[in-house]
Unconditional design. Structure first.
Length: 222
């Protein structure tokens, strides 16, 4: 289904449901249940989201008021001021979460993979890049209980210190500096100057390696 020209943004949400929720592994059931909440409890015309992804990584179409099977054309109800131009996608789970949690704190790998796949499908279908954001970027909310932008860029805030290449480079740098200082104290005069110059050259080299590693990591080539 084509992505209408006025759609500029994909927004990710949480259902804030518990893992033992009846429809945690049933995307279709989740849509029907949330549809009831949003129509009967909120007085809206339909479920707020274009689709819901369950814990098993299954997608089910959501809001489709004209029942034509096209959920991308709909104006959702995911966030005030962000509906006409936004496609809203929600994830089962996320109960009690915080805005800065990690995806794995609440969602399964299958679920996150499906979310990425669905976003990529929309981007490809649109033939342009829609912004990919979380509800918590436009409202003072935890939803969807992680930071969407770094996740979508294939990184999360806590992953940078967990990266093995980054840790390795840091250890090498600290080791080299420590060895240099120890060696320096054993020498005198001109030899010390020479060692300082060599160390500086080595430090610059390590910095270049370190920086390119960070770039690689940022680009997802870990
Ligand atoms: Zn939300």
């Amino acid at each position: 289904m084509p992505i209408p020209d006025h759609k500029t943004t994909i927004m990710v949400h949480t259902l804030a449901t518990k893992p033992n929720w009846k429809y945690h592994n049933d995307a279709k059931g989740a849509v029907e249940e949330v549809r009831k909440w949003h129509i009967h409890d909120n007085g809206w015309s339909d479920v707020a989201y274009a689709g819901i992804i369950d814990a098993g990584g299954r997608w089910a179409n959501g809001r489709d008021r004209d029942l034509d099977g096209d959920v991308w054309e709909e104006t959702g109800a995911g966030a005030r001021g962000w509906n006409k131009n936004t496609i809203h996608i929600a994830l089962c789970g996320g109960y009690g979460g915080d805005a800065n949690d990690l995806p794995r704190d609440h969602y399964t790998p299958a679920q996150m993979a499906k979310l990425r796949q669905k976003i990529d499908e929309i981007q490809t279908e649109a033939g342009r890049k829609l912004a990919v954001i979380g509800h918590n970027e436009v409202a003072n909310k935890a939803c969807p209980c992680f930071q969407v932008k770094p996740w979508y860029a294939k990184k999360t805030p806590r992953d940078i210190t967990g990266s093995k290449t980054i840790q390795g480079a840091a250890t090498t740098t600290v080791g080299a500096v420590g060895t240099g200082v120890a060696a320096l104290s054993q020498l005198d005069g001109q030899a010390q100057i020479l060692v300082v110059i060599l160390s500086a050259v080595m430090a610059v080299g390590l910095f270049v390696v370190f920086r390119s590693r960070i770039k690689d990591w940022a680009n997802g080539r870990r």
